[in-house]
Structure formats: C-alpha cells, structure tokens
Design a binder for this molecule. Sequence first.
Ligand SMILES: Nc1ncnc2c1ncn2[C@@H]1O[C@H](COP(=O)(O)OP(=O)(O)OP(=O)(O)O)[C@@H](O)[C@H]1O
Ligand SMILES: [Mg+2]
Length: 235
Amino acid sequence: MVRAILVTGTDTSVGKTWVAAALARALTAAGLRVLAVKPVETGCADATGGSEDGLLLAGATGQHEPARALRRFRAAVAPAQALEREGGSLDFDELVLELERYEAAADVLIIEGVGGLLTPITWEWNVADLAGALGAHALIVATDRRGSINHTLLTLGAAELAGLTVLGVVLTSPRVPDASTGSNAAAIARLSGTARVHVTPWTDDPDTAAAALRDVAEWVAADLAPPSAGPLGGV
Ligand SMILES: Nc1ncnc2c1ncn2[C@@H]1O[C@H](COP(=O)(O)OP(=O)(O)OP(=O)(O)O)[C@@H](O)[C@H]1O
Ligand SMILES: [Mg+2]
C-alpha cells in the first residue's frame, strides 16, 4: 500500500504546485487526511515567502505543519547548486526520515518535487532517488503545449530507469494554447501505452481546480487500496 505521491514534472513551471494543491483539495474533500509537502524549495528570496510552493501547499490542505518547504534556499537554481553557492549541508537520509514521519501522520502524503526527476538535490541524490527511498508513486505533470510529447516520454523513461511506479500523467492547460494544445494527451497515451493521461483546464479558482482533479484522485484512491479491496469509498 502506497501513501506517498511524488508530483514531479517535465520541467520547472509546468504546473506541479497547481496540480499538487488541486489534488490535495480533491482528496481532502473526499475525507482523506492529506499532507502536502515541498521537501526542497529554491528561489526563496522573497522575505515574506508569500508565493512559495511550500506555503501554497500548506494552504491547500490547511495543515499547520509543515508550513513551508522543509529545506529552503535563496538562489533560483537546482538544490545541489544552491547548496554549493550558499553553503550549509543537506542530509538526504535525514530528509527522507522527516518525510516518512509526515507520511505516517497522513492517509496520503503529496510531495512536490523540485524541477524534474533528474534534478540534483545534492550531487549524490536526485528527485527520483528521493521518490525511490520513500516508495512514492510518481505523478508526472507537463503543460499541454508543443514539446510536451517528447518531454513526457523522456520523463516516463527516466521513471522506468529509476524503477518508479508511475501513477499517471497530468497535462495542465497553458494560458495561451498553441497548435498542439488539445492533441498531446492522445499522442502521449498512444506512444507510452499509459491509459492515465488527464488534461486540466486553465483556472485560478481552487474549487474548479479540485473538481478537475477528481479523476486523478480516483487513481490515488485505487493506489491506496490494498489489492484485495475495492477503491476507497467517497473519492
Ligand atoms: N491549469 C492552470 N490554471 C491556471 N494557472 C495555472 C495552471 N497551471 C499552472 N498555472 C500557473 O502557472 C504558473 C506555474 O505553475 P506552477 O507554479 O504550478 O508550476 P511548477 O511546476 O510548480 O513550478 P516550479 O518548478 O517553480 O515549482 C503558476 O502561476 C500557476 O498558478
Ligand atoms: Mg512548484
């Protein structure tokens, strides 16, 4: 039985936080105890921290702890690079233990990755390693625009190489569609053999976003259930 979902992406700014927050709301509405955590966040230069991913995720579940990312860096670069620039240390095993404690306190732990699967957290460990250490299943987020077929297939390949189970793919709608928008999901399903490819609308409304993630919440519920049981009721 899996309780941790890694929301990862094909790139930065593809909609990981948007999807993680909407999924957290959808699962919370279904009666599950959800914690949503950003293990490592970079680009935390704003003194108020008001737009940080960790804060947005905590707001989506209403959790008090953690209120922000577990490890925060100012520089908007990969964590391993930020560590090098800003000094300090990041103990990967300690980070995994912290996440396991949050996982034990919830029905579902949603973990937002940083960048993509191969983004280095330290020079020794990347995001895929973090998911592997936690036994988390990966939800891959891409934007429904030109390039997403290639980027999604590359990410699915990286997940397979890392031995990760993929929960599915979510394509977030771009604010401004391009000629490919609307046709990428079918192409990804066809080429990857993954039936679970879900497209979400462009919306700033949290309730609409949560409703749009209902299908994905069903995937999570099916994943949570032990093989002999049916899907959890109410999701
Ligand atoms: N479906 C959507 N509807 C409305 N806005 C969206 C949608 N998807 C993404 N956005 C917006 O696009 C921007 C980038 O999305 P988001 O911050 O979720 O990406 P990310 O992958 O988490 O980025 P990062 O790599 O910095 O963590 C945000 O302002 C977000 O609110
Ligand atoms: Mg984010």
